[in-house]
Design a protein around this ligand. Structure first.
Ligand SMILES: Cc1cc2nc3c(=O)[nH]c(=O)nc-3n(C[C@H](O)[C@H](O)[C@H](O)COP(=O)(O)OP(=O)(O)OC[C@H]3O[C@@H](n4cnc5c(N)ncnc54)[C@H](O)[C@@H]3O)c2cc1C
Length: 571
């Protein structure tokens, strides 16, 4: 059996592809790029972790100052929540003539796309990103000198010498990380408990079940079920829910504190409940937490930004294909031609349609986008087309800017409130308008914290029900979310000994299709296989939804594998 450590230490030989840097860069294009593209060369505003500004006229809701509009998905222009249905029709019905030729094009500028492009940088890739900012869910902001995450927050501590460890070091992440090895504190009925897993803070009658659960966690961490889930026992585990597995293995009545704690983690990490998600996929996350976390300033936006900067450098080394990072560019059509070149068409920020030819295309956008962008997929590969119709959940993150550091040193506190009231079904989740955990958004910078320095609390608010996307847009969503947040925030500030007057601004981020649901049978029923495998040997898939496991590590594994395949083909 491969444990996580064995898999990670397998070497993989992945970094050779990028190791020669841009000096070997090859381009099939000979013409100068059009002037309009050169105009975008600086592109400073599209970086994943960038300075943002406080709202000069914040909106007061229950006496608290809110930024007037959301960060993250901006649904107003109709572009950023695309492809609920086929929308890939351009004028005249045929794509324009290609006017560029590249070796590699990447669709989607989140961590998956940026990492894929970085690993293939010697081939001069071009990356298309729908939003005006790169990073996908791993964007961040800097306000008053304080970094904060808009979504993706931390990675699991890499094993020394592993492929991930090399990758992070190459990006300089080990220099800025602050590890978090402690058990996550849990709030129960207004009291923070540092480690309920050791039995402290829970009723004595609950201790045997919690102890049995702890042993199960340690066993799963040892047997760690990791992608690509090669063994039969892993696929068997995928056929039952996480809840069923825990109940069977613990073999004692599950106390409310334990079920609420597991549920809060599943909501926060998967946007779905333990009764919905596969035991296999659930343990891939839960057990990994045993290895500790690495936290960067601005969360995983720091990683996205490090990748972005290195790719940006390609513009100077190889200006013929500049800009390599094309923000505000929505890819609308991808088709493999009879000559095996891939024609890719996108809508420019000016609203024009343009085409290029690529030898290989990496689709790093979500699968519900892929299924409509890949031309005629429904007819060519109906099984894949149907499998790509993944179930997704929405998410809100609220960043609370404070005028001082938080006195308690913590990374992530799970807020259970009254555990018996915690929702245990999707139906109950619809009326559960609360954030599940509060992160110290300034955790990675804590050692620099002086009394007068601002800090940030990041409130993670998963919406673990299917219709939540509509709640993000209907009526006056800032008011609705603001009112729901205000009373809970009062409790959180009290917990952390922070006066309300310390709040400078509250900024909401919303994500419409944030997370794929890690549903039971996703691996065992062949959905993962159907959606991940390359299409016509020219189009590849690297995204968090490949395994319905929304974690940076899983995106990176698939980026490594895909980069290796493409590099072997390009020679
Ligand atoms: C609130 C939240 C918290 C999270 N916390 C963590 C965490 O702590 N740790 C962790 O490991 N993971 C976390 N995740 C999961 C995280 O999203 C992934 O780890 C990772 O950032 C996903 O990257 P991705 O590139 O696969 O997908 P995405 O970030 O979704 O990127 C896909 C990109 O494709 C773009 N795109 C879509 N359509 C098109 C098109 N037609 N043309 C061009 N571009 C297009 C999108 O705009 C987007 O930028 C979190 C997710 C959320 C929502």
């Amino acid at each position: 059996m491969h444990t996580r450590r064995q898999v990670l230490k397998a070497g993989l030989g992945l970094f050779a592809y990028g190791a020669t840097g841009v000096s070997n860069a090859r381009s099939l294009i000979s013409a100068r790029p059009p002037a309009s593209r050169l105009a975008d060369l600086s592109g400073k505003s599209c970086r994943p972790l960038a300075t943002r500004y406080r709202d000069p006229k914040p909106r007061l809701i229950d006496g608290l100052p809110f930024k007037n509009w959301f960060e993250g998905d901006d649904f107003n222009d109709g572009l950023n929540i695309p492809f609920h249905s086929a929308e890939n029709n351009f004028p005249g019905g045929v794509p324009p003539e290609p006017d560029e030729v590249v070796q590699v094009a990447v669709v989607g500028g989140g961590i998956s796309g940026l990492a894929s492009a970085y690993l293939l940088r010697q081939y001069n890739p071009v990356v298309f990103e729908l939003h005006s900012i790169f990073g996908g869910n791993a964007q961040g902001g800097v306000i008053d000198g304080a970094e904060y995450p808009l979504g993706s927050a931390y990675v699991i501590t890499p094993d020394p010498g592993s492929a991930l460890d090399h990758f992070y070091r190459e990006l300089g992440l080990h220099e800025v990380t602050r590890p978090d090895v402690a058990a996550a504190p849990v709030e129960i009925n207004g009291v923070i408990h540092e480690d309920i897993w050791s039995g402290i803070g829970v009723p004595p009658e609950d201790v045997p079940a919690i102890e049995a659960y702890r042993k199960l966690v340690l066993r799963m961490a040892d047997d760690y079920p990791d992608v690509p889930f090669p063994e039969q026992w892993m696929r068997d585990l995928d056929r039952i829910s996480l809840r069923q597995h825990i109940e069977e293995e613990v073999a004692l009545p599950i106390p409310a504190t334990l079920s609420a704690a597991v549920q809060a983690y599943c909501y926060s990490s998967f946007g779905a409940g333990w009764e919905e998600i596969s035991a296999l996929l659930g343990w891939n996350f839960l057990a990994a937490e045993e290895f500790g976390r690495w936290v960067f300033p601005g969360g995983n936006a720091w990683m996205a930004d490090a990748l972005w900067q290195r790719l940006r450098d390609l513009d100077h080394a190889s200006p013929m294909l500049a800009p390599h990072l094309r923000a505000g560019s929505r890819v609308v059509d991808v088709r493999v031609r009879p000559d095996r070149m891939v024609q890719l068409t996108w809508r420019t920020p000016d609203g024009l349609f343009r085409s290029m030819l690529a030898q290989h295309v990496v689709m790093s956008c979500p699968k519900h986008v892929c299924r409509h962008v890949i031309h005629d997929l429904e007819r060519i590969d109906p099984q894949r087309f149907n499998a790509m119709n993944l179930h997704r959940r929405a998410y809100v993150v609220a960043n609370v800017l404070l005028d001082r550091p938080v006195s308690r040193d913590f990374y992530d506190i799970f807020l259970l409130g009254e555990p018996k009231s915690f929702p245990m079904s999707e139906g109950q989740a619809t009326s559960f308008w609360r954030y599940t955990d509060v992160l110290d958004g300034s955790y990675a910078n804590r050692r620099d914290m002086l009394p007068g320095r601002p800090s940030v609390l990041s409130l993670f608010w998963p919406l673990a029900y299917d219709t939540a996307r509509f709640d993000l847009v209907q009526g006056d969503p800032v008011l609705a979310f603001g009112q729901a947040l205000a009373s809970q925030l009062n409790e959180t500030l009290t917990l952390l000994d922070m006066p309300r007057s310390a709040v400078r601004e509250i900024r909401f981020t919303r994500w419409g299709h944030a997370l794929p649901v890690a549903q039971v049978g996703f691996v065992a029923n062949g959905i993962a296989h159907a959606i991940r495998r390359p299409f016509q040997d020219r189009v590849y898939f690297v995204n968090q939804d490949n395994w319905a496991l929304p974690a940076v590590e899983n995106s990176l594994y698939d980026a490594f594998e895909t980069a290796s395949t493409i590099a072997a083909a390009l020679g």
